[in-house]
Structures are given as structure tokens and as C-alpha cells.
Design a protein around this ligand. Structure first.
Ligand SMILES: [Zn+2]
Length: 201
């Protein structure tokens, strides 16, 4: 493998030459056997970009439409996610309000912005100026994003409320479901090795 680029194992730091892979093949560390990278067919960055753009659309819908409407004895109330955060804060539950805001609005928003910031210019073969920063911020924001946990909490509360009130799930609730799916798809389509190869080229 003379001439092929060197790669360091993230687990044991062994420096080795990148093997040429067949489509769908995977390269493992020669010493500890950990997966180094996979050969993915097609343009992984464009695929990640498509999922990211879809996720951004759902993120906007999920945050602007009501997550649920409640009807108790003819009284109709509905709220958006941000409205729920505000209500929590007004009731003095600001730690919970902050937690919900950070994990379901801020973190996914930052993650999507960082992904779009990296992938959109690269699509037109431009290297964004703060690529390194966005590359570090995206996974960090991902760690803080707990949209799926939040969805589970909402689902449980809505089912419990079903005895007391008529619960009408809002469009935002379904958008949150789609958002979880698209965020995961964007994350798994995103190949950091492809990203740096594109920058070098
Ligand atoms: Zn290793």
C-alpha cells in the first residue's frame, strides 16, 4: 500500500496505511481490530445534506405549530413547544424550562445550523471559513439534543391526560417524530473522512 494516506487508529493510535476498499467494505485496525472506516457508495456529503435540509424544514414546523391541543369541558387550549417552556418558567419551574429549551430547541437547532454551515458550501466546492469550529460544535450539540426523550415524555403525559381531557395531537408532534428520524439519518450519512477528503481535494 505504498503511497496511500496514513491513518491513526482512534483507539490504540497505531499509524497505518489506508487499505483500498471494495464497495461496502470496511477497514479495521491491524492491531486492535476496531473499525477505522467504511467504504460508502455514492456521495455521503450530499446525502447528509439532503437529510439535514429535510430536518431543518421539520424543525421549523415542529417549533412554530402547536404540539398538542387540549379540550376540557369545552375549553380549548393549545401550545407550541416554546409556549410550554414559557409556561414552565412562569410557574417558577425554570430549571425544567431551561432543560427543555436547551435539549429540544437550542441543541438540535445548533446541530442543524452547524451541519448546514459545513455541507452547503461544500456542495458547491467551497470550504466554509469556520469549518473546524462547526465540525467540533455539531457532535457536541448532538450530545445535548434529547428530542427523543422529550417526545416519549410528551406521549406518556398525553396518554395520561386522555382520561381528563380530549387530547388532539398537533402537527408539530408528528414533525418532532420525523425530526428524530431525519437527525439520525443525517448523522449516520455524515462521513467525516469524506468531509476532510473533499476539503483536501
Ligand atoms: Zn487500533
Amino acid at each position: 500500500m505504498q503511497g496511500s494516506p496514513l491513518i491513526a487508529c482512534p483507539e490504540c493510535d497505531l499509524l497505518q496505511r489506508e487499505p483500498a476498499l471494495q464497495q461496502g467494505g470496511a477497514a479495521h485496525c491491524a492491531r486492535c481490530g476496531i473499525l477505522l472506516f467504511r467504504s460508502t457508495p455514492g456521495d455521503t456529503l450530499d446525502r447528509a445534506l439532503a437529510w439535514t435540509l429535510g430536518a431543518i424544514a421539520l424543525y421549523l414546523i415542529a417549533n412554530s405549530l402547536p404540539i398538542a391541543a387540549l379540550e376540557v369541558r369545552g375549553q380549548h387550549t393549545e401550545t407550541t413547544l416554546l409556549g410550554a417552556v414559557m409556561a414552565l418558567r412562569q410557574q417558577g419551574m425554570w430549571p425544567v424550562a431551561t432543560l427543555v429549551f436547551v435539549t429540544t430547541i437550542l441543541a438540535p437547532g445548533v446541530e442543524l445550523a452547524a451541519m448546514a454551515y459545513m455541507l452547503l458550501p461544500l456542495h458547491w466546492n467551497r470550504v466554509p471559513r469556520h469549518l473546524g469550529a462547526a465540525f467540533r460544535v455539531a457532535p457536541m450539540a448532538h450530545e445535548w439534543g434529547l428530542v427523543d426523550v422529550f417526545m416519549l415524555g410528551i406521549a406518556v403525559s398525553l396518554i395520561k391526560l386522555g382520561d381528563l381531557a380530549t387530547v388532539i395531537p398537533g402537527l408539530a408532534l408528528w414533525s418532532f417524530g420525523g425530526l428524530i428520524f431525519m437527525l439520525t439519518a443525517a448523522g449516520s450519512a455524515f462521513d467525516s473522512r469524506d468531509l476532510w477528503n473533499r476539503v483536501k481535494a
